[in-house]
Design a protein around this ligand. Structure first.
Ligand SMILES: [Fe+2]
Ligand SMILES: [Fe+2]
Length: 377
């Protein structure tokens, strides 16, 4: 969705330049028209006619595009201007051309404002844009005075556009709502997992924020980074299927119990196996792979190097850094600098070397997240 938005803003910027160019062009044409009106009156003035000679270009060209002015024709008949001196007829024609240009200018300005609105909102459709288009459509009725068919067609077309914008805004809101609901559900699941696994407070939030910072440092797109932020919230969701007695055991775990805990990866993968969508796809990978190691000594599959998805490799670093810097029932929290050294020391063995490089680059941000979401003392 973010990529679509970015593309729309890019297109809007190009259109904005086109609108500015068109505006300048119309203003130049208006100036030329005024000069021509001057020229029409100065035909008999040798000095001036010399100045304006050659400026006679707009009327026919503009009328060939917009059609001959119906208003002018009817006025012309009503006032019996046939007998009028050619110089006045020419001047009135030019004046109508000038008005047409003025209407055009109005629409270019309107289009530019709409484009500015789209750029500022960062999204193509909004109820406000639809309202603006609807309002501007009445201006097109002025064009109908010049050419009824063209004016009416333009009016209907613009009304149709306003409907498209309204429907687009409706769909856009629905999508945002769905994403929001998804996030709420994910957070609820995370909370249940957190309570069940006996992990205190903010572990899941910190892992999610660390993962986001790492993904951004590795030049992931905004959309993918956001997906990973959500997906990593569910990394330990498989713990829901591990017996509480084991998860909450205050003493050291037996080998069998530890083997049971390790299964939370496989369970997580299974839980998320049948859900669709980018976030869920990523969540499945993360739940399944966040305990894999680059040297192949991790679990559950013992995957090595690039066989582990990048999302899995990122969350592995985020998860371990948080485990080290947090207090658990069986250990004290490490000093952040010691945890940093531990991550760096294990680059290429436990952790992916590239992810560790990113970790080093954004460490100040990681440290800020740790402090922001610290467990309540
Ligand atoms: Fe885990
Ligand atoms: Fe975890």
């Amino acid at each position: 969705m973010d990529q679509v938005k970015a593309r729309i803003v890019r297109i809007a910027r190009v259109l904005r330049i086109a609108a500015v160019v068109a505006k300048v062009l119309v203003i130049v044409l208006m100036v030329v028209t005024v000069l021509q009106i001057g020229a029409a009156f100065s035909l008999n003035t040798p000095a001036l006619s010399g100045v304006f000679a050659g400026a006679d270009l707009t009327v026919d060209q503009i009328e060939s595009v917009l059609g001959r002015s119906a208003l002018f024709d009817s006025l012309f008949k009503a006032a019996n201007l046939g007998a009028m001196e050619p110089v006045y007829r020419k001047a009135i024609e030019l004046f109508i051309t000038f008005l047409t240009l003025l209407v055009t200018l109005f629409f270019i300005s309107f289009a530019r404002k709409l484009i500015d609105h789209i750029i500022a909102e960062g999204k193509p459709f909004s109820m406000e844009a639809a309202r603006r288009i609807r309002r501007a459509s009445y201006g097109l009725l002025i064009l109908a005075l010049m050419n009824p068919v063209l004016g009416l067609l333009a009016f209907l077309l613009v009304r149709f556009f306003s409907l498209v914008f309204e429907y687009g805004a409706f769909l856009q809101d629905k999508t945002e709502e769905t994403t929001h609901i998804q996030e709420e559900i994910i957070l609820s699941f995370a909370e249940i997992t957190e309570n069940k696994s006996g992990q205190t407070g903010q572990h899941i939030r910190r892992v999610s924020e660390y993962s986001k910072a790492l993904a951004k440092a590795m030049a992931w797109s905004d959309a993918d980074t956001e997906n990973l932020r959500l997906a990593s919230i569910m990394h330990d969701i498989g713990k829901l299927l591990v017996p509480s007695a084991i998860l909450e055991k205050p003493a050291r775990l037996t080998d069998e119990e530890f083997a049971e805990i390790k299964k939370h990866t496989t369970y997580g993968g299974q839980l998320l196996d049948h859900v669709e969508g980018d976030v869920m796809e990523l969540a499945r990978q993360v739940a399944l792979q966040h305990h894999e190691r680059s040297d192949g000594k991790g679990y559950p599959a013992g995957l090595a190097g690039d066989d582990i998805g990048l999302a899995g490799r990122i969350v592995a670093v985020a998860d371990v850094y948080d485990a080290l810097t947090s207090k658990r029932s069986y250990k004290d929290a490490w000093k952040p600098s010691d945890a940093y050294d531990e991550i760096v020391k294990n680059a290429g063995t436990q952790f992916d070397a590239q992810v560790v490089e990113a970790f080093k680059r954004v460490y100040p941000e990681i440290d800020a997240i740790r402090q922001k979401y610290a467990d309540a003392a």
